[in-house]
Design a protein around this ligand. Structure first.
Ligand SMILES: Cc1ncc(COP(=O)(O)O)c(C=O)c1O
Length: 464
């Protein structure tokens, strides 16, 4: 009878698949033996597999390159990394090694860039697309970059009053962008994004406030669709509106030579994920090309700011199942040695699902479980997957503990949970280990941060 956990997975999904396979009933993550990492580092354990960042960036670049070739697109593609998805230095170092440019969101982001410059990891011509609402310290930092000669630093105006700050303080010629306020998806609470400048204001604003500027030139039109790049009528209609705005502006603004289509390229949140990246990118490039040809204007350079896509699939979070509790005839709990609420905040906040797999016991029979986190909060649980409103895991048999992993958790979760701070119920943050592989295939694992200590939390709380 086929009742082992591996039968369930092989019958439900195409398995093994990229990034996941098993050997001797243990799971491998990107060819890494998780069986070997656990005795060495213990659990709970947060992992970042750096080579995934390389492959994601080079994949995206090659999809854009092929799409450009296919459409005989005569301009360039720039891959930017949106730092807010993961600010860790080992992530940003890797992103830069792959020739990516940077998108920032706040004043402190610019401090990261200053440090990267001091350590000679970036040069002045790196594109630094400065998005977001500009507070006084953010403006100050952007202006100081530009005045120091960072020719690629480019504020993207979030509102019409922002330009005045740059007009008064920037001392050299500089490029700027305008963010268009996209219309939100029909199911959302608001009609128009609070970020950016309304479509109907863009052209009059350009005529009145930018066209006569001696130092500031409008280089980029930017839009970002909150719900991501999806093959839906909504996405295509928003892109179309955006391209119409670009064409109208380009006819009056010769300096405008770039569009930025934001982030939103998805990642796999299920082993059954089926997203045709090459098709989507080809379609987008086709739409841009068509709009420009019809209007007889040159094709713009294309910028993207992929955060989740760059770093999401590099991350994993491993827990040990401490015990099993049957709370009534049907509700079985696997209690883990960490908290979901404090490590995977999106699970609790927006009902995000991640790929969940056991690390061992793939030859054991399985049953339906709820996963319970260590905090005392009723919402610290996980009990459904993208493809199924239930969770199945191997039975706990014998003395060997069961380990489970949440995969593709590398984007946003550390920042949202506040790395190293106070955690709900004082459940400590896990050890964070960075995995790498050199050009000869030699693996390495380096501890970036140890499991959070009681002393560090006592210190923050003022107990000296
Ligand atoms: C302006 C902007 N660009 C890029 C991104 C990155 O999006 P993603 O991580 O989905 O690629 C975001 C995310 O919020 C954003 O607000």
């Amino acid at each position: 009878m086929k009742d082992q956990y591996k039968d369930l997975i092989c019958q439900t999904f195409d398995f093994p698949q990229e990034g996941f396979h098993t050997r001797d009933n243990w799971l491998y993550f990107n060819e890494y033996s998780l069986k070997d990492l656990i005795p060495k580092h213990g659990t709970p354990l947060r992992l970042t597999y750096l080579p995934k960042i390389d492959s994601q960036i080079s994949q995206a670049k090659s999809w854009f390159e092929s799409a450009m070739q296919k459409h005989q697109y005569d301009a360039r593609y720039y891959y930017c990394y949106c730092t807010k998805s993961s600010h860790f230095n080992f992530v940003i170092d890797r992103v830069l090694q792959n020739g990516a440019h940077i998108e920032t969101s706040s004043a402190f982001d610019i401090e990261i860039l200053k440090r990267l410059y001091q350590s000679k990891k970036i040069t002045e011509d790196l594109y630094i697309v400065c998005n977001g609402f500009k507070t006084e310290d953010y403006v100050e930092n952007i202006v100081s970059l530009i005045n120091a000669g960072f020719s690629g630093a480019m504020p993207v105006l979030d509102n019409m009053s922002e330009i005045e700050q740059y007009r008064q303080r920037i001392k050299r010629s500089a490029a700027i962008g305008i963010r268009i306020a996209a219309e939100e998806e029909p199911s959302f609470e608001f009609y128009t994004s609070r970020l950016g400048i309304r479509y109907k204001d863009v052209l009059p604003f350009y005529r009145e406030k930018i066209s006569n500027q001696s130092k500031l030139r409008l280089k980029m039109l930017h839009f970002f669709i909150n719900t991501g790049i999806k093959d839906t009528a909504y996405y295509w209609s928003e892109l179309n509106k955006f391209l119409n705005a670009f064409v109208a502006l380009k006819k009056e603004c010769p300096d405008l030579d770039a569009i930025n289509i934001g982030g939103g390229l998805p990642i796999r949140h299920s082993l059954g994920a089926d997203y045709d990246y090459a098709y989507m990118i080809e379609q987008i490039m086709g739409q841009v090309k068509q709009a420009c040809s019809a209007a007889r204007i040159p094709e713009p350079d294309i910028f993207t700011e992929f955060g989740n896509f760059t770093v999401g699939e590099s991350g994993a979070l491993i827990f040990k199942v401490l015990t099993e509790k049957l709370q009534n005839d049907s509700e079985r709990w696997y209690m883990i040695d960490g908290s979901l609420m404090t490590t995977l905040v999106d699970v609790f906040a927006i009902g995000q699902r991640f790929i969940l797999l056991p690390l061992n016991k793939w030859d054991s029979p399985y049953h339906r479980v709820n996963i319970g986190g260590l905090s005392c909060d009723a919402l610290d649980y996980y009990n459904s997957e993208v493809h199924l409103n239930q969770v199945y895991l191997p039975r706990l048999n014998g003395d060997d503990p069961l380990y489970i992993g949440f995969f593709h958790v590398g984007a946003y979760q550390d920042a949202l949970s506040g790395f190293g701070g106070i955690k709900h119920c004082l459940i400590p943050a896990p050890r964070h280990v960075v995995l790498d592989r050199d050009s000869d295939g030699q693996e390495s694992d380096r501890v970036f941060s140890s499991r959070q200590t009681a002393a560090s939390m006592m210190d923050i709380l003022g107990y000296k």
